[in-house]
Design a protein around this ligand. Structure first.
Ligand SMILES: *[C@@H]1O[C@H](CO)[C@@H](O)[C@H](O)[C@H]1NC(C)=O
Ligand SMILES: *[C@@H]1O[C@H](CO)[C@@H](O)[C@H](O)[C@H]1NC(C)=O
Ligand SMILES: *[C@@H]1O[C@H](CO)[C@@H](O)[C@H](O)[C@H]1NC(C)=O
Ligand SMILES: *[C@@H]1O[C@H](CO)[C@@H](O)[C@H](O)[C@H]1NC(C)=O
Length: 375
């Protein structure tokens, strides 16, 4: 009996020892001033057996979001991008590995932290309708509407930052309306895609505080390409419409494009999509006068999650039915040449033996009728 209770006591102590592990210390969410890129950081728990391998389970979200993002890490720091218009909350606990606790995984209680940027100024003073487009994957253009305010001295300023930049930069190329900044163009954005791009538009006025607005973009997801050019269309074997075009010039690789093509036969149009830069289609209408197409481009799903369509290209038509062009190039000069030959012939005949007038007119008539049949 004594032995059994001794063993039970021992097991109990072991169990209690194993189950109690402290949460990490000094968990905090720190804003280094990068407009939304925050550091979640902490210290190891107290009274930790040095031989034990510790991991941390970190959960965080913007307040209002249903789902937490979960990270398991051995580090004491985790960085991520947040929408600073919203409050941020995080929770953290210690995990002890199975080797350390002889079988069962041990977790500490949660420790919590939150962060909110100080919200100064009335929400009405914030800018509205922010719209940013990364044109041809080359330069960023953003536009906004000023907030509502009774003071006319208000002006807005745009700042941006992405991973790899030493510090935030202010826009150096504003678009203005009545001396107020309403947009910005940012060029020379190196190695800024496939990572969060943070923007803050704040403002100043002598009479009131202006509320700041924060935005996060992934630049590759807001690309608007140029429209495709050098469109070419031909109809082969009277039924096969072959179309091709050039990928828009610029830094976007050709494998990153998708296209929407509108093929028009007289008054009827069909829409097609492809990732290649050519399209083959059967003619559907007999005797159609016009066979034309026009096209627009977008970055495809292999290169970005989203994007904007380019403007539509000019319409390009098959020249096959448009004989006036051909006539102008070949037949008209041909006719002129024949007329020229005939007039030389007439002159030669005139200069040589005088001929009865009737003959010359006959020749002229002949040449006229010849022209008519040709032209
Ligand atoms: C909520 O959180 C998830 C995961 O972190 C994220 O993908 C999603 O965009 C968030 N939703 C909103 C509305 O912020
Ligand atoms: C884990 O349990 C095994 C067998 O139950 C034992 O031999 C070993 O010493 C235990 N290890 C620790 C660290 O308690
Ligand atoms: C706007 O934000 C930038 C970057 O955080 C800051 O340096 C600047 O002082 C702010 N301007 C105003 C008027 O608040
Ligand atoms: C067009 O009409 C002609 C004569 O009616 C016919 O021989 C030809 O097959 C038709 N072509 C198509 C593409 O329908």
């Amino acid at each position: 009996m004594a032995l059994v209770s001794e063993v039970a006591r021992y097991l109990c102590i072991l169990l209690i020892f194993a189950l109690i592990v402290n949460p990490p210390q000094n968990f905090s969410i720190v804003d280094p001033g990068y407009l939304g890129y925050l550091y979640l950081q902490w210290q190891p728990p107290v009274a930790l057996d040095k031989k034990c391998k510790v991991e941390y389970e970190l959960k965080y979200r913007s307040v209002g979001n249903e789902s937490w993002k979960t990270i398991i890490t051995k580090n004491l720091l985790y960085k991520d991008g947040f929408d600073l218009n919203k409050h941020v909350e995080g929770k953290l606990r210690t995990l002890l590995s199975k080797q350390c606790t002889n079988g069962s995984e041990v977790r500490s209680l949660w420790t919590e932290a939150s962060y909110a940027i100080s919200e100064k100024g009335s929400p009405k003073t914030k800018i509205e309708d922010m719209n940013c487009i990364y044109y041809n994957w080359e330069y960023l253009v953003c536009y906004w509407k000023p907030g509502i305010t009774i003071h006319s001295d208000i002006n807005y300023f745009m700042y941006f930052w992405h991973e790899g930049m030493d510090h935030t930069l202010q826009c150096s190329n504003y678009f203005q309306d009545k001396d107020k900044n309403i947009g910005c163009k940012v060029s020379d954005l190196e190695s800024s895609d496939y990572k969060d791009f943070f923007i803050c538009v704040n403002g100043s006025s002598k009479h009131e505080t202006i509320r700041s607005s924060y935005f996060i973009f992934q630049l590759q997801n807001i690309v608007k390409p140029e429209s495709p050019d050098y469109l070419y269309i031909t109809v082969e074997n009277s039924v096969d419409i072959k179309m091709k075009w050039n990928t828009p010039e610029g830094p976007i690789p050709s494998r990153c494009f998708t296209y929407e093509i509108v093929v028009r036969e007289d008054d009827t149009s069909w829409v097609f999509g492809t990732d290649k830069n050519n399209l083959l289609k059967k003619k559907t209408l007999n005797e159609s006068k016009d066979v034309c197409f026009f096209i627009r481009s977008k970055v495809n799903i292999y290169c970005a999650d989203d994007g904007y369509w380019s403007e539509w290209s000019e319409e390009e038509c098959w020249a096959g039915y448009h004989t006036p062009n051909l006539m102008f190039i070949f037949i008209v000069p041909g006719c002129l040449f024949i007329v020229f030959l005939l007039s030389i012939l007439c002159m030669a005949l005139d200069g040589g033996k005088p001929e009865p007038k009737l003959n010359t007119t006959e020749v002229e008539n002949e040449s006229n009728s010849y022209e008519e049949t040709l032209c």
